[in-house]
Design a binder for this molecule. Structure first.
Ligand SMILES: [Zn+2]
Length: 346
């Protein structure tokens, strides 16, 4: 076993299962060649105009129709909405924002929605085009990142992107979008969603306000727990592959770096071996991959090298049921805290 050596921990993005990797490759190819609109065939755009209005809009007596993007945004929005609005995720919970490709169903959903809630900060690269195609002048947009002090994405001196092509296009210049992984910033997101929903449906003000207050109280408890749990490790460094933990690290006085020079899709066994050898050479004790991804190849190599595999969930995707489990975000963040403590040798 390698000694703790400064308590640094690598977090690795495990290789994606083949179907997700090919979806992402297809999306990126579309972005690179400017073919993104071609993902929505014209014939389907036309037929969607005549589709049944199952997402209905806000006719009198009907609940506010809200669509959301990534899993944490869906969870936060449902927590605020309660039974005063119908919240439908635009992206299936088991698909991350990097892998998402719009289809005609999503276009119809957006066309008949009253409100769209997004994380913002360039995470939802697919959204602007989808909004333009949906041609819904009533649509109100809630950007949950509004007013949040952001951290810059680290400057990259390597060629490949980290799954946020738009942010990455402005290398070193864009804000890092992963704000929901800091519970204190999540509170600001929830309050922003509350204000946006009140503006869209003033008659629900009391309910939205009470729901948001009860959820943000839980987020405050989560923050206090994490702060206490991670306090003994203040100043220690953990390293990620994909640059998703700077806000979390800053909140709990940890340091974070991210690993470079490994292709995000289909890493070869040589890539994996090189990364794990860097881990071993740095005296790290654990790799943290994302649990929803297949990490079997890491596990095999890690055991060869005597390095432990743990997991840190970015919450960018999750099980299908997660979007309707009110405490999924809270529980997952508690598990992330525990995983870090274990990885730091606690
Ligand atoms: Zn990400």
């Amino acid at each position: 076993m390698v000694p703790i050596g400064g308590g640094r921990v690598f977090v690795l993005r495990a290789p994606w299962p083949a179907p997700l990797a090919s979806l992402a490759t297809g999306l990126k190819a579309g972005l690179k060649t400017g073919l993104k609109t071609a993902l929505l065939p014209a014939a389907l755009l036309l037929t969607s105009c005549g589709a049944v209005h199952k997402f209905g809009g806000s006719a009198p007596g009907q609940r506010l129709q809200v669509v959301t993007t990534i899993l944490p945004i869906t969870i936060f929005t449902r927590a605020v909405a309660g039974d005063c609005a119908e919240v439908m995720p635009l992206i299936p919970s088991n698909v991350g924002p990097h892998d998402f490709q719009a289809n005609p169903d999503q276009l119809v959903r957006l066309r008949h929605a009253d409100v769209l809630v997004k994380n913002g900060l360039g995470l939802e690269v697919f959204l602007d085009k989808l909004i333009a195609n949906a041609d819904n002048p009533r649509l109100r947009l809630i950007d949950s990142s509004q007013g949040i002090a952001t951290l810059e994405s680290a400057a990259h001196d390597h060629g490949h992107d980290h799954g946020h092509p738009e942010a990455n296009a402005k290398v070193g210049a864009g804000p890092n979008p992963h704000i929901w992984l800091d519970p204190v910033l999540a509170i600001q997101q929830v309050n922003g969603i509350r204000d946006g929903l009140i503006a869209a449906q003033p008659s629900c003000r009391t309910k939205f306000t009470a729901n948001a207050a009860s959820y943000t109280a839980q987020l405050r408890r989560l923050n206090a727990e994490l702060a206490q749990k991670l306090n003994p490790y203040a100043g220690k460094t953990f390293v990620t592959f994909h640059d998703f933990t700077p806000y979390f690290a800053a909140r709990y006085q940890l340091k974070t770096n991210f690993l470079v020079d490994m292709p995000e899709e289909n890493p070869t066994p040589a890539d994996l071996r090189r990364v794990l050898q860097q881990v071993k050479a740095s005296g790290l004790t654990a790799l943290l991959s994302e649990p929803q991804l297949d990490s079997s190849s890491f596990e095999a190599l890690a055991s060869d090298l005597g390095v432990k595999i743990g997991s840190f969930d970015s919450l960018e995707s999750g099980p299908t049921a997660a979007a309707s489990q009110g405490d999924y975000y809270l529980q997952t963040m508690r598990r992330n805290g525990d995983a870090l403590v274990t990885a730091f040798g606690g």
